[in-house]
Write a protein that binds this ligand. Structure first.
Ligand SMILES: [Zn+2]
Length: 327
């Protein structure tokens, strides 16, 4: 179950003309729970030390201090309760049979390219990489790479290039991040705002989970060199973008909760004790049935290793969409 089936396709689609030498290597993807509906930002907890890297999915050689999107048990319980409440609230206002839920969703996407200057090293990536990232999202969420078909497709609306050294790198949790998002975020709760740039702590990315009230922090932050054709070795096929959008659509990591409890709140992802790095085929860290879902987009494995969402994840994302982000 190692390589993703359509690796060639994706590489072809994704490679930008100006591929630089790769220096970054590993990546870690972090995701940060969005705080919004909850008054205080969730306490960020370091994931337990994993096979290779310390915590988060980070660039090679990087040492992430913590994984922004890792939640405590209390936080996941709070989020699950909020989801249930949001669904009840929605049902209360629903009138008539067809007014309910969306079966397919086209998500408008606004991409903000944060640059220090006009050089590639300063964040100036070509439009071709961004277009390739959108293609990767559409392939990943359609099931074309080998996973379940989800309801979601993505349509690029705008590429907004911003040169502002004070926002570069984008520092997770900083006042500069808040300032950047407050200034730049556009659209309603259904609009996916993607912020690209160099990131703090060697992170590959982080994201906000959906909330009932739109928060200006809403969106995903992705290392620009993780886009298809980028320089982040082993993490440059665009799957960081897919992973972070998964969080934005309410997915937890596959290793959320470890071997016990409700885990990631998805029935068809096998329980997993800790993040999987690289591509450890056959890894099986819990006694519960099934080997670790290392090929799932919501694990921490290499881009070449992950290629699928499950039907349960697709269902969870659509439920969350209708609870939180649908108009
Ligand atoms: Zn994550």
């Amino acid at each position: 179950m190692g390589l993703r089936p359509n690796l060639l396709t994706r590489r072809t689609a994704g490679v930008a003309s100006t591929t630089l030498a790769l220096l970054l290597s590993t990546a870690a993807v972090g995701v940060v729970p969005a705080a919004s509906a909850f008054s205080a930002a969730p306490t960020e907890v370091c994931a337990e030390p994993a096979d290779v890297h310390s915590d988060a999915r980070v660039k090679p050689g990087g040492e992430a201090k913590h994984e922004p999107n890792e939640l405590t048990l209390a936080e996941t319980r709070e989020r699950e309760a909020d989801l249930a409440a949001a669904l009840r609230e929605r049902a209360r206002f629903r009138t008539g049979a067809g007014a309910s839920t969306m079966a397919t969703v086209t998500v408008p996407v606004v991409v903000h390219v944060i640059q220090r200057d006009s050089t590639r090293a300063g964040g100036n990536i070509p439009d071709s990489m961004i277009n390739s990232q959108i293609s990767v999202l559409n392939q990943s969420f359609s099931g074309a790479t080998g996973g379940a078909s989800t309801a979601f497709s993505f349509q690029l609306q705008t590429i907004n290039r911003v040169t502002n050294p004070s926002w570069y790198p984008i520092v997770q949790g900083s006042s500069a991040e808040r300032s950047m998002k407050t200034s730049l975020r556009t659209g309603g709760k259904n609009t996916l705002n993607i912020y690209l740039g160099e990131l703090s702590d060697s992170l590959l990315g982080w994201a906000t989970f959906p909330t009932r009230k739109l928060n200006s922090m809403d969106g995903v932050v992705v290392l620009s060199e993780s886009l298809p054709g980028g320089t982040a070795t082993n993490y440059n096929q665009g799957d960081t973008g897919t992973h972070e959008v998964g969080h934005w659509l309410n997915l937890y990591h596959t290793f959320q909760g470890g071997c016990s409890g409700s885990g990631d709140s998805v029935d068809d992802t096998a329980a997993e004790a800790s993040p999987a790095y690289q591509c450890p085929t056959g890894r099986d860290t819990c006694t519960a049935p099934g080997t670790d879902p290392i090929t799932n987009f919501m694990d921490y494995s290499y881009d070449s290793c992950m290629y699928q969402f499950t039907a349960g994840q697709a269902s969870r994302m659509l439920t969350a969409w209708n609870a939180y982000r649908a108009a």
